[in-house]
Design a binder for this molecule. Structure first.
Ligand SMILES: Cc1cc2nc3c(=O)[nH]c(=O)nc-3n(C[C@H](O)[C@H](O)[C@H](O)COP(=O)(O)OP(=O)(O)OC[C@H]3O[C@@H](n4cnc5c(N)ncnc54)[C@H](O)[C@@H]3O)c2cc1C
Length: 472
């Protein structure tokens, strides 16, 4: 290859692509970010993030001795050990580098399970219903990283859609780009795939994520179309299991009401109540938390057939807790809360067989009182979230939908974020970061480690490794 035009090009202008490019530019490389969207403040998941920079719900500034076991526990050992180490060793350092690049954080209590004071991108999102991103942490951080990149001689090309990776003798040497209706080739010593997952691609979701992509709610921008995974596979990259996603439970009304996503989510009451399918039967261990539960709902034959059943007491006491409490936000913004004085009326209102619902709740309440929730099928293990009896009216119910924020599976990478081929060896010149990558999150627990940490830490590590390779 004759002299490439750039040292590094990043596919995608979210946190992963901008961090990789800005860090490498900082280290003296010549970098370009290619962003498909042509808007100045293009929408991507980074732009609308809530900005809580955590590692498996732990403070990102903890040391590797705390973070590595936390990731292993959350993912039940599914996370690749080398990626666990990459995150655990570099997370706190990433905060410091980002600060130096102009990113601002506030230490803030966010009230999730296990979450006390956390580094949150500033200015923090106001925890209100609907989308609220302008001038908030995600928006500010994208602009800060772009300004840093440009200040040191790098560039961001908007309206530049990468369509194919260029390969020569087994090495990635650049990318084909569609811009202004024309195709052109841009050469580089290294390419970082950072296009942000496939949550907005119904055909890729169909099958392993859900059988009915039109019956789940995209709790994200429409930017994640899985191009990076497709392009990587075309050049022989290995891809992890693709079935899990990070998401939350929403009112089914969010399918048509923009004010009901990304907040309020209704996880906080779902874990305290009983979730039933269209036959009035439990289908999941409610104590597993909102990410697990939204995956279970997405995988039902009809993902819009699930209903949360609880007492009015749960709705009034637990529903009013948390950072963006579903009570009163859900109803205030048009979500439907079903209320009924007794079980018969409730079954009629949620359209499930009354005898089946009664059997489900009788069994649940008996198990609750005898301390045998673990013997139910499916069991309710009670470990992570406390159970409550659901035996005295008035009752409340919420029809549910799964809110899909970002996919967890993706391109296989090693500890330096180099893309791995099917033989397990790195593909020269090719890296991946952020939601396009797999191997850290998912598995039997649908373990959630954090979208920001995958974008920032993997982006930084990729940029540094590329700089190191070019230097050597
Ligand atoms: C509502 C919401 C709240 C969240 N809250 C949190 C939180 O509190 N904590 C946390 O850890 N995570 C959170 N996340 C997740 C986190 O924000 C994301 O995982 C992370 O920002 C993803 O960064 P990324 O760079 O991988 O992808 P993105 O930010 O999605 O950027 C990818 C970019 O690639 C571009 N692109 C796509 N295809 C192409 C192509 N072919 N050519 C060129 N460009 C392309 C897209 O247009 C997009 O701009 C949240 C996400 C959402 C939606």
């Amino acid at each position: 290859m004759s002299d490439p035009e750039y040292d590094l090009i990043a596919i995608g202008g979210g946190f992963a692509g901008l961090t990789a490019a800005a860090r490498a530019q900082d280290l003296g490389l010549k970098c370009l970010v290619l962003e498909r969207d042509s808007e100045d403040r293009y929408l991507c998941n980074s732009r609308i993030t809530s900005g809580v920079f955590h590692v498996a719900s732990n403070d990102v500034r903890l040391g590797p001795e705390d973070l590595a076991p936390a990731i292993e526990k959350e993912t039940a050992g599914y996370a690749k050990p080398e990626l666990v180490q990459t995150i655990a060793v570099n997370a706190a350092r990433t905060v410091e580098w980002l600060r130096g690049a102009g990113v601002k954080f506030v230490a803030k209590g966010v009230g999730y399970v296990n979450m006390r004071q956390h580094m949150v991108l500033a200015p923090p999102r106001r925890m209100r219903a609907g989308l609220d991103w302008e001038g908030r942490g995600g928006d500010f951080t994208l602009r800060a990283l772009e300004a840093f990149l440009i200040k040191y001689g790098g560039a961001v090309d908007r309206g530049a859609e990468v369509t194919r990776l260029l390969m020569e003798d087994g090495r990635c040497i650049g990318a084909e780009v569609k811009a202004g209706g024309k195709l052109k080739e841009i050469t580089a010593r290294a390419v970082v795939i950072a296009d942000g997952g496939f949550q907005a691609n119904p055909e890729m979701l169909r099958g392993s994520v859900t059988g009915a992509p039109d019956r789940v709610r995209l709790r994200a921008t429409p930017s994640g179309t899985g191009d990076g995974i497709r392009m990587a596979q075309d050049v022989g990259a290995a891809v992890t299991a693709l079935g899990d996603f990070y998401g939350h439970l929403l009112s089914a009304t969010a399918m048509t009401n923009e004010a009901l996503w990304p907040y309020p989510n209704i996880d906080i009451v779902a874990v305290a109540g009983v979730m039933v399918d269209g036959n009035g039967r439990r289908f999941v261990d409610e104590s597993r938390g909102g990410v697990f539960l939204s995956n279970a709902v997405a995988k039902l034959d009809d993902p819009l057939s699930a209903t949360l059943v609880m007492t009015k007491k749960i709705w009034d006491e637990i529903g009013t807790d948390g950072i963006a409490p579903p009570n009163p936000l859900m109803v205030k913004h048009g979500g439907t809360l079903i209320e009924a004085p007794d079980l018969g009326a409730l079954a009629a209102a949620i359209q499930v067989p009354a005898d089946a619902l009664k059997t489900t709740l009788d069994g649940y309440n008996q198990a609750f009182h005898s301390g045998n929730l673990g013997t139910l099928s499916p069991q309710r293990d009670g470990g992570r979230h406390q159970a409550y009896p659901v035996e005295e009216g008035p009752y409340c119910a919420i029809r549910l939908c799964a809110g899909v924020t970002n996919t967890m599976g993706g391109i296989e990478i090693d500890q330096h974020c180099r893309v791995l081929g099917k033989d397990g060896a790195p593909i020269a010149g090719l890296y991946a970061a952020g939601s396009s990558t797999g191997g850290l999150e998912g598995g039997p627990n649908v373990g959630y480690v954090g979208g920001l940490v995958k974008a920032f830490v993997f982006g930084m590590v990729a940029g540094e490794h590329i700089a190191g390779e070019i230097d050597a």
